[in-house]
Design a protein around this ligand. Structure first.
Ligand SMILES: NC(=O)c1ccc[n+]([C@@H]2O[C@H](COP(=O)([O-])OP(=O)(O)OC[C@H]3O[C@@H](n4cnc5c(N)ncnc54)[C@H](OP(=O)(O)O)[C@@H]3O)[C@@H](O)[C@H]2O)c1
Length: 294
């Protein structure tokens, strides 16, 4: 299949492109930089310089690639810039979807997140409504815009990913979560602000190894339209996973926090649809063993 990957050099994209090439697909990857283009060519893909905020450049890039499918793995998180990331989801997705429609693309796979569901005491499945709380309106609104735009393409699969861990992510050896555990966070660091307090409390997260995130995007090229949680098998409170993460990266164990303090939306996500119905098989079914590979 001819595939255009937007965000081809990001945490997921850089693992996804070699998987697609190895599976025999003809891949064009988008990047803003010469370095990104070189990396893509070295991975066996074609590269195109594109800024997703420039609608004309997106139209040209997609039209030239003439893809059968578009994979949207764009985020803008390297600098922890929440506003820029929201803009990527709204405006960037709009440009990408418009370009895909104009080029006659009939399939899209897009990256979303699995912690935007409304409050509850159990992991959320895909039928759970997104959070309507006013204080999360910016985040949820941008995700809704992304997911609704993707749904304008005939076959559209939205992957609601858990928190990424693995090399090159924030949950990696030498990453910002390790720095927080060591008390080495730089004051005012926007990534640290985005991560929030790193506390061994009751907030529940669902993780996914970034390699499994990439493998899910490959598999999703064959899935029917819908939204799918791509998370591991074990949603867990920070008081369970944070000490294991600390041990895995050789950081000091966090002091257990007092009970309570979980926001209703900090509930994790359920992967029954991906696992049982769509046959997704993660290499790392739980962070418990996955963290030990860091
Ligand atoms: N579910 C999760 O937990 C989750 C999801 C996403 C990210 N993150 C965290 O955020 C960290 C940073 O993410 P990342 O490494 O993927 O980097 P990123 O800075 O978020 O960039 C991701 C991709 O988007 C592209 N991009 C960004 N702005 C663009 C624009 N205006 N036009 C065209 N392309 C654009 C980048 O391409 P170029 O820079 O090559 O142009 C790159 O390929 C990760 O390591 C991860 O820990 C977590």
């Amino acid at each position: 299949m001819r595939i255009f990957v937007a965000g081809a050099t990001g945490a997921v994209g850089r693992r996804l492109v070699p998987l697609l090439v190895a599976a025999g697909h003809e891949v064009t990857g988008g990047t803003r930089t010469g370095e990104g283009a070189e990396r893509l060519r070295a991975q066996g893909a074609s590269a195109v310089r594109v800024d997703v905020f420039d609608a004309d450049s997106v139209h040209r890039a997609v039209a030239d690639a003439a893809p059968e499918a578009v994979v949207h793995q764009l985020t803008a998180l390297t600098n922890g810039d929440r506003a820029e990331n929201g803009r990527i989801r709204r405006e960037g997705t709009r440009h990408l979807v418009d370009a895909a429609k104009r080029a006659g693309v009939s399939r899209i796979v897009a990256q979303s997140i699995s912690w935007a569901y409304g409050p509850g005491d159990t992991p959320a499945d895909e039928s759970t409504p997104l959070d309507g709380a006013a204080e999360r309106a910016g985040l949820v609104g941008s995700l809704r815009a992304l997911e609704e735009a993707a749904a304008e393409i005939e076959t559209h699969v939205v992957l609601r990913y858990g928190t990424f861990y693995g090399p090159g992510t924030w949950y990696a050896r030498g990453g910002p979560v390790e720095a927080a555990l060591r008390g080495e966070q730089v004051a005012g660091d926007p990534v640290a602000a985005l991560l929030g307090p790193v506390v061994a409390g009751d907030a529940v997260s669902s993780f996914v190894h970034v390699e499994d995130a990439a493998r899910a995007a490959v598999a999703a090229l064959e899935w029917p339209s819908g939204t799918v949680n791509i998370v591991d098998d074990e949603p867990a409170p920070a008081r369970a996973w944070l000490p294991e993460f600390a041990a895995a990266v050789g950081a000091p164990a966090p002091a257990p926090a007092a009970s309570g303090g979980r926001e209703g939306w900090e509930r994790g996500a359920d992967n029954t649809l991906a696992r049982r119905r769509l046959g997704w098989r993660p290499l790392h079914p739980t962070w418990r063993t996955g963290f030990r590979t860091l």
